[in-house]
Design a protein around this ligand. Structure first.
Ligand code: LLP
Length: 429
C-alpha cells in the first residue's frame, strides 16, 4: 500500500487548511514553516479517544521537545493535554502558555541540583532519572514528603535511528530494572512519596511489538516495587514514540489494534499485581504535531553537475533530520501537484556542507527555478532543532486554521544572528 499523506490539492496546487500554499509563500515569503491547527486537534483527539475508550483514566503529556511554538502548545492546552518537559526552559514555556504545574511532568536527564530545585519550586511532577538526582533532590529544602516518579530502563530497544533508542543496555536514561526495588526503597527512606513510574524506549516506532514488550517489562518492575516496597502507584507513564509515516512505503500505526493490545496487557498486569486503577500516561510528541506542518521552500538553482541538483532556499538549519539521522521526508511540488515524477534528482539545501541535502535520487516532476517545494512532516523536531548555522536567520512560522492565518513566529532579521553578543570595548580601540 502506498501512503498518500492525505494532501489536499486544487488546480495543481497544494492546499493547507483552506488556503493555497503558493499564496502563503507569496505573502509570507520562503522558507516558511506552515502549521495546520486542525491537524493537531485531529491527531490529539484520535490518539486520546483510541486509548481512553479502553481505559478512561488517561493523561496524554505532549512531549513539547517536538515543537515548543507557543501557539502549538496553546492549541494542545485547549485540548486538555498535559506536558512532558525535559528542561527548565520547557517548564517555563509550558507555564507561560497556561499549563498548570500539576499538568507538567519534568523528566530531566543529567540535571543539576539547581534545575531540580527550579522544577520542585515550580510545583511540577518530578520524574527522577538517577540515584544521584534522587539523593541531591533530598538536599533541597522543602522536598520532604514530596511526590516523585522514577524513570526505569525496561531493557527494550526501539527507534528509527541509533540516536533515538532510549532503552536497552547502551541507553543513558533511567535506572536499571534490577535496582528498581532498592531505589524506590531508598526514595521512601529519604522521605519521598513515590507515586509514579516512567519509561520511554525510543522514537518513531510503527509496530506494536516493542511497546508491548516495554509495557510488560515496566509492569513487572512496577508490580515488584508495589509488592516489595509497598508503593501505591497513582500513575504509570509509558512515554512516547508513536510513529507516523514519513515515506509512502510506510503505514500508519494501526491504532485500534495497538491500543486494544496495550490496554489489555496493562489491565491484566494491574490485576496480576493487585495494583488498583492508576492513571495511564503517555507522552506523544511526533504523533501529535509531526504531520501538522510543512516547510515551504523555493527552488532557486537547478544545476547539472556530475549529478542533477535542485537547490532550495533553506538547509539543515531549518530541518536537521535528513542530515542528522538520514531521515526520509516526503517532498511535493506545491505548484505542480498533478504532475508526474519524471526524473530522479538530489534536493540540496543552501548551507556550505556536503551533507546539506534533503533528498538523494528523489523521483520528482520536472523542476524549474521558482517552483515551490513543500517538505512534509515538519511539525516535530524541525524548528526545535533549527539553528542559524552559516549565519542564516531562522524562518517565520505561520498557523493556518481553515481559512485563517496568523504569524506565530516572525522571521528572524539579520541582527538576530548576533543577538545577545557584544565585542569587549578593549577590542574596539
Ligand atoms: N518522552 C520522552 C521521555 C522522550 O525522551 C521523548 C522523545 C518523547 C516522550 C517523545 O517521543 P515521540 O513521541 O516524539 O517519538 N529528534 C528525534 C527524536 C528525539 C526524541 C527524543 N525523545 C527525531 O527527530 O526523530
Amino acid at each position: 500500500m502506498s501512503y498518500d499523506f492525505n494532501l489536499k490539492t486544487k488546480d495543481n496546487h497544494l492546499i493547507i487548511g483552506d488556503l493555497d500554499a503558493n499564496d502563503l509563500a507569496e505573502k509570507y515569503q520562503t522558507p516558511l514553516y506552515v502549521v495546520d491547527e486542525q491537524k493537531i486537534r485531529e491527531n490529539y483527539n484520535k490518539l486520546y479517544s483510541a486509548f481512553s475508550s479502553k481505559y478512561p483514566k488517561l493523561h496524554m503529556c505532549y512531549a513539547s521537545k517536538a515543537n515548543t511554538a507557543l501557539a502549538v502548545m496553546k492549541i494542545l492546552n485547549t485540548e486538555g493535554s498535559y506536558i512532558d518537559a525535559v528542561s527548565p526552559g520547557e517548564i517555563y514555556t509550558a507555564l507561560t502558555v497556561g499549563f498548570k504545574p500539576e499538568e507538567i511532568m519534568f523528566t530531566g536527564n543529567n540535571v543539576t541540583t539547581e534545575e531540580l530545585e527550579y522544577a520542585h519550586k515550580a510545583g511540577v511532577k518530578l520524574n527522577i532519572d538517577s540515584v544521584s538526582a534522587l539523593e541531591r533532590l533530598s538536599t533541597i529544602e522543602g522536598t520532604e514528603g514530596r511526590e516523585i516518579s522514577i524513570r526505569v530502563n525496561p531493557m527494550v530497544e526501539a527507534g528509527h535511528h541509533e540516536h533515538c533508542i532510549t532503552g536497552g543496555p547502551k541507553s543513558k536514561f533511567g535506572i536499571r530494572e534490577d535496582e528498581a526495588v532498592e531505589v524506590y526503597q531508598r526514595a521512601v527512606d529519604l522521605g519521598f512519596k513515590p507515586i509514579g513510574m516512567h519509561s520511554h524506549i525510543g522514537s518513531e516506532i510503527l509496530e506494536s511489538e516493542p511497546f508491548m514488550l516495554a509495557v510488560e517489562s515496566m509492569m513487572n518492575i512496577a508490580g515488584k516495587v508495589h509488592q516489595e516496597v509497598g508503593v501505591d502507584f497513582k500513575f504509570l507513564d509509558f512515554g512516547g514514540g508513536f510513529g507516523i509515516p514519513y515515506s509512502p512505503d510506510e503505514d500508519e500505526l494501526d491504532l485500534e489494534t495497538f491500543t486494544t493490545d496495550i490496554i489489555n496487557l496493562f489491565k491484566s498486569k494491574l490485576e496480576e499485581y493487585d495494583m488498583g486503577e492508576p492513571y495511564f500516561f503517555i507522552e506523544p510528541g511526533r504523533f501529535l504535531v509531526g504531520n501538522a506542518a510543512v516547510i515551504l521552500t523555493r527552488v532557486n538553482t537547478v544545476k547539472q553537475s556530475y549529478r542533477k541538483f535542485v537547490g532550495v532556499d533553506c538547509g539543515f538549519g531549518t530541518l536537521l533530520r535528513p542530515t542528522m539521522y538520514g531521515s526520509y521526508h516526503h517532498i511535493v511540488t506545491a505548484n505542480k501537484m498533478d504532475e508526474e515524477d519524471v526524473e530522479e534528482i538530489d534536493i540540496a539545501g543552501n548551507l556550505c556542507e556536503s551533507g546539506d541535502l534533503f533528498a538523494r535520487d528523489r523521483p520528482m516532476p520536472k523542476l524549474e527555478e521558482g517552483d515551490l517545494l513543500a517538505i512534509l512532516n515538519a511539525g516535530a523536531y524541525a524548528f526545535t532543532m533549527a539553528s542559524q548555522y552559516n549565519s542564516r536567520p531562522r524562518p517565520a512560522e505561520i498557523l493556518v486554521n481553515k481559512d485563517q492565518v496568523d504569524i506565530i513566529r516572525r522571521r528572524e532579521e539579520m541582527s538576530d544572528i548576533f543577538h545577545g553578543q557584544s565585542i569587549p570595548t578593549r577590542l574596539l580601540k
